[in-house]
Write a protein of this length. Sequence first.
Length: 796
Amino acid sequence: MPRKARTSSEFRDALLKHLTYTMGKDPEHAQFFDWRMALSHAIRDRMVDHWVASTRKTYEQDGKRVYYLSMEFLIGRLLEDGIFNLDMVEEVKEALDHFGMDMRTILNDEPDAALGNGGLGRLAACFLDSLSTIGCPAMGYGIRYENGLFKQSFVDGRQVESPETWLQEPHPWEFERPEVRFTLGFGGDVIYENGKTLWRPAELIQAEAFDTPIIGWQGKWANTLRLWAGRAVDPFDLGLFNAGDFAAAAEHEALARTISRVLYPEDSNEAGKELRLKQEFFFSAASIRDILRRFDSQHDDIRMLPKKVAIQLNDTHPAIAGPEMLRILHDERGLSFEDALEIVHGCMNYTNHTLLPEALERWDERLFGRLLPRHLQIIDRIDDAHYKAHPHRTLSARSDGQVKMGELSFIVANRVNGVSALHTDLMKKTVFRELHELHPDRIVNETNGVTPRRWLHSCNPGLSRLITDTIGEGWVDDLEQLERLEPLIGDKAWIERFETVKSDNKQALASYVAQTHGVKLNTEAMFDVQIKRMHEYKRQHLNILEAIAHWQEIKDNPNGDWTPRVKIFAGKAAQGYHFAKDIIRLINDVAKLVNADAATRDYLQVIFLPNYNVTLAERLIPAADLSEQISTAGKEASGTGNMKFALNGALTVGTLDGANVEIRERVGPENFFLFGMLADEVMQRRMIHDHAQQAINADPRLARALNALRDGTFSPEDPGRYTHIADNLTWSDYFLVCSDFSDYWRAQREVDEAYRNPEKWAEMAALNVARSGWFSSDRTIRGYMCDIWGAESLLA
Ligand code: 26Q
């Protein structure tokens, strides 16, 4: 249906109908919640038309389908996304206006769907958006966690976690599919019967599907996100109940549900946890069965599978999907092991997101064998087959008493990809060096991207409007059109409009921070933002040490001509990651002292905003002047926040790490503040046993800042609080904070200098916008479709 064909009064009626018949309220008594639900249902109705049409077309065309298996989908809010993708902003505003409701207030009532930890989960969500925008027939598979990523608050500056409960109120976007259920097993034995090998699991559980429509730009296409929830096979034991044991009667169900209860809140692998492995098998096995069932409904020849199905493993978390598919084809359907392996290999692909050794998944083979005895045997056979083909090597998925999910994924996959040029290059040279030598064509690069619908059009309406006024609306699904802004950057009137947008966004953020946290930010100052998971390799401590040194220097000369800055941090630390949590506390303690210092507060403010999530990122990124991307070179696989900032007109201070390298190439080195060692220099530097002390001795500013950690400046009531951080940086400093400090300081002073020339700064920022079009996840997905999946768009 043409999108403007329905009049706004029609939409108003639809809204009122849902308020009345779905929510059972009359407008007089409706709460924000009721309005949000009514609006969500009215919007959802519009999505469903497109969704049904897309599903029908996918079946009719019978092309190759893409399945994206991911333990995480960090979606954020869906209502605003839906309204923007359906291009219904004005209609919705008008309708709500009619009832005296404000759209912003309603949208802000929605909780985030936080089914992910960070970059990997958010990437999966951007990919879903792009797959639908492009019209690629695809489906996302994951877990319907009842509790998403924990909520973070601060008590005396310390991180405190509490459960996140997004499903406590009704979730209007999902469709429960009680008819789509699979029974899965764990444990038990492997038996041999009539020449066949069969697995007889001891414990059974059901996976039930919940579907969410994912609508693309202007509703031209919609795919499905299918999330699995754990259910008991035999939910309620009436015998026990009648015998009076009420708790035991419901126990099955409670146990079954724990499998989809919580998201593991780690962004790197801590020692193998049984429940985590169960979750991985649970959703991978359910997804594989669903994929095979759908294939079978349209085809009889299983050998056609690689022509019709491409499966993408989002990191190794769903790697067990490979052995499970093999088990079904070989054990259950009777294909030879070799044929089964060839089919599986033809379908599977694997994306690696990290080179950090501690984040590569490995399972103790005893634990693995206890839960998945048959899969352990299958993994051995995969190793055997690989060894037969490449006898001169002994690389294997199972060795040293462990099951190595990275090796397993590599061996099973048809294509293996990294997420930025540098990362892919390092994969070939480090973790997968030997496997890459055996399979030199297997590794490809697909540099990450972000969806411009959410990360520009919807989160930054001011900039979106300016761009559309200048070059039309085509950029929203063809982001490289932003290049056409470049000629305007010399135009004084245009650049003034560009500056006004940024300054309005800063005002908006400042009023939000004033309202929610009671802190008044200086909007004349540069907004310098570092937002991401807390991790030593991301080096939030480098940033705060520089802030401390800067503060000390301002105090030495309070009448100096300083460039005012507001340093904004946000990010969660894994519960068990004590060092990261101490960095949060340090930043909060520094903020407390510095913000209260009358001598410096006009020049330097520091704030750590609690509970970083997608929605907070949507507020912060449009308001940023400076983006901090300062990881130790070689450690950040790609980064995607870096792209969002550049696209919203922030300049980057950053190392040559991950996608920073490609961002700098594209926006131009003169529009990027580079500092720090390169990846190979980092490796060299670590060979010097006293690298940190050398750096400290050479830089009195660094020495003084570290001293302030030691002498209790920021924790007078507990002077020893930060000694261990200073000690760590002085005596070990694996992430080379000290070694990069001086160059970081230099880059920051160049940033100060540049900010003092507002016209020049605005030009540089606008060039960042104009040249960031390549970082659209639409471009990334086209790359996967062409290089990895061999899939085609079904849009005319
Ligand atoms: C593994 C085992 C057990 C428990 C948890 C995990 C686990 C969970 C999440 C391991 C890793 C993750 C997340 C990794 C991640 O977010 N990586 C980021 O991926 C982004 C998208 O490619 C990149 O841009 C980032 O550079 C990378 O850090």
